[in-house]
Design a binder for this molecule. Sequence first.
Ligand code: CA
Length: 227
Amino acid sequence: MRLLLVEDDVQLGRATQTGLEQQGHAVDWVRDGLTAQTAIEDGDYAAVLLDLGLPRQDGLEVLRIIRRHGFTNPVLIITSRDEIEDRVLGLDTGADDFIVKPFDLQELGARLRAAARRSTGRAQTLITHDTLQVDPAARSARLAGTLVALTGRELSLLIHLLERRGRVLSRQQLQESLYDWDSDIESNAIEVHVHNLRRKLGKELVRTVHGQGYTIDPPRPLHTVDP
Ligand code: CA
């Protein structure tokens, strides 16, 4: 997932960014409320991790503004133990969940996956598509029961497309979902990942929509009855 981390504590911010990147996410990190607001309005983040006590603009105010401007993806607020009122206010202002400092990175990862799952309307933890089964938590994919070796980016791309089955996503949109600001991206990076996914998982899985981008079609019904 492409994530925005908003945290002014440098040590905590760095550790969180590194930890989430190790879990396969692309993480942009900003340290004040105004920059966060601009980044969210310009970017395409699957989720935002938002500290409340921030310089230049308070986290709650950022939350209020981005919700008013139509950002509907999950927002998790980062709070301290003594900020119970803020937590309540945060949830009522449109946050999806909160995590209390100091937090465990594995728990944070699980909460982000749960929030992403809910926001894409999926209750199950596994994503199933025909004989393909993807486990976003274990970061693994099986085809007809057999484990398929995918790179982190291939897996992230696959999950992103599967969660948006039936929608055509442009190369630019896919690139933004996979890479943070600091990444050096080859211009054909997405084509290469798609090529590898087809090679490993079958060439029909990801469909090219000429001039528009790529899509994974919703699975066909298991039984079709001939008229
Ligand atoms: Ca802070």
